[in-house]
Design a protein around this ligand. Structure first.
Ligand code: C2E
Ligand code: CA
Ligand code: CA
Length: 763
C-alpha cells in the first residue's frame, strides 16, 4: 500500500496507458467493423448491379434479335423505312430508349427514329465515336456496346448498342443501333440500390477502358465519357487485387469473382472499391466509396467513444490529483512534524542536521553559530510544571524570531537550547548582537499572572575558523557557552584557550567522579565571631585534594559538580561529614556551637534534599538548632514561590537560613520580606572595597539597614583587618568571619581554636 501511495502517478500513467491501449484497440475493431460494413454493402450493390445489367442487356439483346428477324423478313424494309418504324414501335415505347436506327453495313442510315430525313444523320462508320464499335459489331454476331456519347441531334447523353443482322450465308444485311438514355436506365437502377451511401458506380468496357456508365452526374459527363479510364489506374487496381486475392486479370475475367480492395487514384484520393467482371458483355462493374465517407462515419461513432474516454480520463485525473495532493500534504505534514518543533513552530534538531549543507557547502561564505541556553530553565519546569515551561518556551521562540537578522536561521535544538545561524562574522558585531539577544531574552516574562526574569547564556562559533562541520561548530559553541555559563547572562566567542579550559574541566569532572569513593574530599571549618569577639559558630567549607590535580579550589569544582549532576551526591557527603564531625566536636567541647553549611542551588532543588538532611540529623544526633543552611541569593532569583514552602518547612524544624553572597544578585526587597531568613551575609567583595569604594561602603550600610529592618543577623565575610571589623561593627554588623580571626581549619585545629578562644554558648 505504501508503494502504491508513493507511486500514485505511476499507477495513473499505467491505467491511462492501459485505457488508451484499450481505447485504441476498440477503435481499431470499430474501424474494421465500419469498413466491413461498407465493404459488404458495396459488394451487395455490385452483385445487384451485375445481375441487373446482365438481365437488362440480355432482354435488350433478345428484343433486338426478334426485331432484326422481323425487319429482315420484311422485303421492303430498305425502301419503306416507315415499316421499320412500325416494327420497332414496341421498342420505341420504352421510355429508357432514346432512339433506334438501322444502317447499311456501310454505316448509312436506312431508318432513324430521331430524324425522318436520314441523310442528315451522320454515317456511323465514319463518325469517330462510333467507328470502333461499328466495326466490332460488323465483325461479330453478339451485341456490341458503343462508346457513350452526346448526341447533338437529341441533345442527350446516350449509350449505343449495336447488332448486325446477316443473311443465311452470314453476310451482313444491316445493323441495328439502340440508344439508351443514360440518365434514366442506370440512374434508376442505381438509385434503387444506392441508399444513402455516397458511392460511385461505373461500368467500364474492357476493350478500351472507356466508361459505359458513371453515376457521377451530368456535370462530369464530358470528362467521364470522352476520356478512357486511365490504364495506370486500372493497373493499380489489378495490383491491389493481386495483393489481396492473388488473382490475375485473366482469372478475374474468366471466373468473375467479386473483389474488394482499397486503392488511391492519381490525385491521392483513396477509395474502397469493389469490382466484378461481366464476360458476356466484357464489362467491368466497378463501385467506389470514398474512404473519407467511411472515415466520417467511423469518426462520428468514435467521437462519442472519444468524449467518453476523455471525460472519464479527466475524471480519473482529477481523482488521482486529489489523492496525490492529499498524499503530498500528508507527506509534507509528516516531514514538517519530523523537522519542526510542534511547540514553538521553530525548525528542530533534525532540520538543522538535514539542512546544514545550505550553510556549509563548498566555498560557502563564513557564518556564525550562536548556541543559546536559558539560565536555570529547569527550575521553571520543576517548580511550575511543564505546561508553564512550555508557555515560556513559546515566548522565548517568539523573541528569538523577532530578533532574527536577514538570512539567519533559528532552531530549537532541544529543551531550552536554541541554535541561531547568522551571516554576522565581525567580533564586535557578534558580541553586540549577542548582547541584544540576551537583553531581549531577559526581559520580564508574564505568564499566568506571574512576572519573572530568566537569563540566557550564549556561545558563539565561527565557520570555518572554529569548525567545518556542524558537529565541530556545535562543540566549539558549546565550549564557548560553557564559558558564558560560568558568569550567566553573557556571551562568549569560542577561542582555542577555552578549549584547553574546557578539556581541563572535563578532566576535573572525571576525577571528581572518583573523589568521594577515594576519600579525596574533606571539610574545613572557618570560625565566625560575634560583636564581642567570641566564637559562636563555623562555616563548613569543602576541600578536595586530588592526587593527580592537587588542591582544587571549591569555586572551581562546585560549578562543575553542579553542571555534571554530581552535586546531590557531593552535597550528601558534605552534610553527612559536617553533621558527624560537628556532633563529635560538640561532645568533645561539651559546648554546642553553630555550623553553617553551604547548600548549592542544584542541591537545594533536589526533591530528596530535605528528607536526606533530616535523616542525617537524626542519625548523627546533632542538635537541629545548631545548623544554619547558607543558600546563595541567586537561588531566589528564579523562583521564590516554589522555594517558599520548602524554606518554611526547614525553618519550622529549627534550622536557620542564611543568605550568602548578599548584594551580588538581583533579589528585591519585597522578596526578602517574604522569605524566612535569619541572617544576611555581606559578600566578601564589598568588605574588600569598604575603604576604597564609596559605593561598596554605601552598599554595606544599606544591607545592614535592610537586614536590621527585617530583624535579621548580619554577618560580614572576608574580614581581613581590624579596621574592617571596626567599621563594620560601627555600621551595625553583628557577626564576622575572615582571615583576621581565622582561616578555615581542620577539626583538630578547630578544637584547639575553641580551646584557646572564648566562645559563646549557643544552647
Ligand atoms: P563562600 O560560601 O562565599 O565561602 C567563603 C569563601 O571565602 C571561602 O572560600 C573562604 O575560605 C573564603 N574566605 C573566608 N574568609 C576570607 C578572608 O578573610 N579572605 C579571603 N581571601 N577569603 C576568605 P572557599 O572555601 O575557597 O570557597 C569558595 C566557595 O566555594 C564558597 O564561597 C562556596 O560558594 C563554595 N563552597 C565551599 N565549600 C562549599 C560546600 O561545602 N558546599 C557548597 N555548596 N559550596 C561550597
Ligand atoms: Ca558560604
Ligand atoms: Ca560568600
Amino acid at each position: 500500500m505504501a508503494i502504491l501511495k508513493k507511486n500514485i502517478w505511476l499507477i495513473f500513467y499505467i491505467l491511462t496507458l492501459t485505457a488508451t491501449l484499450l481505447f485504441l484497440t476498440t477503435l481499431y475493431f470499430k474501424w474494421q467493423n465500419t469498413y466491413l460494413k461498407y465493404q459488404t454493402s458495396q459488394e451487395n450493390i455490385v452483385e445487384l448491379m451485375a445481375n441487373a445489367t446482365q438481365s437488362l442487356f440480355d432482354t435488350q439483346e433478345r428484343l433486338m434479335d426478334i426485331l432484326g428477324v422481323t425487319i429482315r423478313e420484311d422485303a421492303h424494309y430498305l425502301y419503306e423505312p416507315q415499316n421499320i418504324e412500325k416494327h420497332a414501335n414496341a421498342l420505341l415505347q420504352n421510355p429508357d430508349i432514346l432512339a433506334f436506327g438501322v444502317t447499311t453495313p456501310e454505316g448509312d442510315f436506312i431508318y432513324g427514329s430521331s430524324d425522318s430525313n436520314t441523310t442528315r444523320i451522320p454515317n456511323l462508320k465514319n463518325r469517330p465515336e462510333s467507328h470502333n464499335s461499328f466495326m466490332d459489331a460488323l465483325s461479330q454476331n453478339g451485341m456490341v456496346f458503343g462508346r457513350t456519347y452526346f448526341t447533338p441531334e437529341l441533345q442527350k447523353w446516350a449509350m449505343p448498342i449495336r447488332k448486325t443482322i446477316r443473311d443465311e450465308q452470314g453476310h451482313p444485311l444491316f445493323m441495328m443501333t439502340t440508344l439508351f438514355k443514360l440518365s434514366s436506365t442506370f440512374d434508376r437502377l442505381i438509385n434503387s440500390v444506392r441508399h444513402r451511401q455516397n458511392l460511385i458506380v461505373s461500368i467500364i468496357r474492357d476493350s478500351d477502358f472507356y466508361q459505359q456508365y458513371n453515376s457521377l452526374g451530368q456535370t462530369e459527363y464530358n470528362l467521364t465519357y470522352q476520356t478512357p479510364f486511365p490504364k495506370t489506374l486500372m493497373d493499380r487496381m489489378y495490383e491491389s487485387i493481386f495483393d489481396i486475392y492473388q488473382l490475375t486479370p485473366k482469372e478475374l475475367k474468366s471466373d468473375e469473382p467479386l473483389v474488394s480492395f482499397s486503392y488511391e487514384d492519381n490525385h491521392g484520393v483513396r477509395f474502397l472499391t469493389t469490382v466484378k467482371y461481366n464476360k458476356t458483355y466484357k464489362l467491368w462493374i466497378v463501385v467506389h466509396t470514398y474512404f473519407d465517407t467511411i472515415l466520417k462515419d467511423f469518426l462520428q461513432t468514435v467521437a462519442l467513444y472519444f468524449s467518453v474516454f476523455i471525460i472519464s480520463g479527466g475524471l480519473f485525473f482529477f481523482l488521482f490529483h486529489l489523492i496525490a495532493s492529499a498524499e503530498e500534504k500528508r507527506r509534507n505534514d509528516l516531514l514538517y512534524q519530523a523537522t519542526y518543533d510542534q511547540l514553538t513552530t521553530l525548525p528542530n534538531r533534525s532540520y538543522l542536521h538535514q539542512n546544514i549543507f545550505n550553510w556549509t557547502y563548498k566555498n560557502a561564505p563564513s557564518f556564525s553559530l550562536f548556541y543559546i541556553d536559558m539560565d536555570h530553565f529547569k527550575n521553571i519546569n520543576d517548580s511550575f510544571g511543564h505546561q508553564f515551561g512550555d508557555y515560556v518556551l513559546v515566548e522565548i521562540a517568539k523573541r528569538l524570531k523577532e530578533m532574527l537578522p536577514r538570512g539567519a536561521d533559528v532552531i530549537r535544538y532541544g529543551g531550552d537550547e536554541f541554535v541561531m545561524m547568522t551571516h554576522l562574522c565581525e567580533r564586535q558585531e557578534l558580541l553586540c548582537f549577542a548582547r541584544q539577544l540576551i537583553d531581549a531574552l531577559s526581559r520580564p516574562y508574564d505568564v499566568q499572572e506571574l512576572h519573572f526574569n530568566i537569563g540566557a547564556s550564549i556561545g558563539i562559533a565561527l565557520y570555518p575558523d572554529h569548525g567545518q562541520s556542524l558537529d565541530m561548530l556545535l562543540r566549539a559553541s558549546d565550549i564557548a557557552l560553557y564559558e558564558s555559563k560560568k558568569v550567566k547572562n553573557s556571551a562568549h566567542i569560542f577561542a582555542n584557550a577555552m578549549q584547553e579550559g574546557f578539556l581541563k574541566n572535563v578532566q576535573i569532572e572525571q576525577e571528581l567522579r572518583k573523589a568521594i569513593a577515594h576519600n579525596e574530599l574533606f571539610m574545613v571549618y572557618q570560625p565566625q565571631m560575634d560583636v564581642e569577639g567570641l566564637v559562636y559558630g563555623v562555616e563548613a567549607l569543602i576541600r578536595w585534594n586530588s592526587p593527580s590535580l592537587g588542591l582544587v579550589p571549591p569555586n572551581h569544582f562546585i560549578p562543575l559538580a553542579e553542571a555534571s549532576g554530581l552535586m546531590p551526591k557531593i552535597g550528601r557527603f558534605i552534610i553527612e561529614t559536617v553533621c558527624h564531625e560537628i556532633h563529635t566536636l560538640h561532645q568533645r567541647l561539651q559546648h554546642p556551637f553553630q555550623v553553617s553549611i553551604n547548600i548549592s542551588v542544584r542541591q537545594f532543588m533536589d526533591p530528596e534534599f530535605l528528607e536526606h538532611l533530616l535523616k542525617i540529623i537524626e542519625k548523627t544526633e546533632i542538635h537541629r538548632l545548631s545548623i544554619t543552611l547558607e543558600v546563595t541569593e541567586n537561588l531566589f532569583i528564579e523562583d521564590v514561590h516554589a522555594l517558599l514552602p520548602l524554606l518554611k518547612q526547614i525553618k519550622a524544624m529549627g534550622i536557620q537560613i542564611s543568605m550568602d553572597d548578599f548584594g551580588t544578585g538581583y533579589s528585591s526587597l519585597s522578596m526578602l520580606r517574604k522569605l524566612p531568613i535569619d541572617e544576611l551575609k555581606i559578600d566578601k567583595s564589598f568588605v574588600d572595597e569598604i575603604f576604597e569604594d564609596d559605593a561598596a561602603q554605601k552598599m554595606v550600610q544599606n544591607i545592614i539597614a535592610i537586614g536590621k529592618n527585617f530583624g535579621m543577623h548580619i554577618i560580614a565575610e572576608g574580614v581581613e583587618t581590624k579596621e574592617q571589623k571596626e567599621l563594620l561593627s560601627a555600621f551595625g554588623c553583628d557577626r564576622f568571619q575572615g582571615y583576621y580571626f581565622a582561616k578555615p581549619l581542620s577539626t583538630e585545629d578547630l578544637l584547639k581554636f575553641f580551646q584557646e578562644n572564648s566562645f559563646t554558648c549557643k544552647a
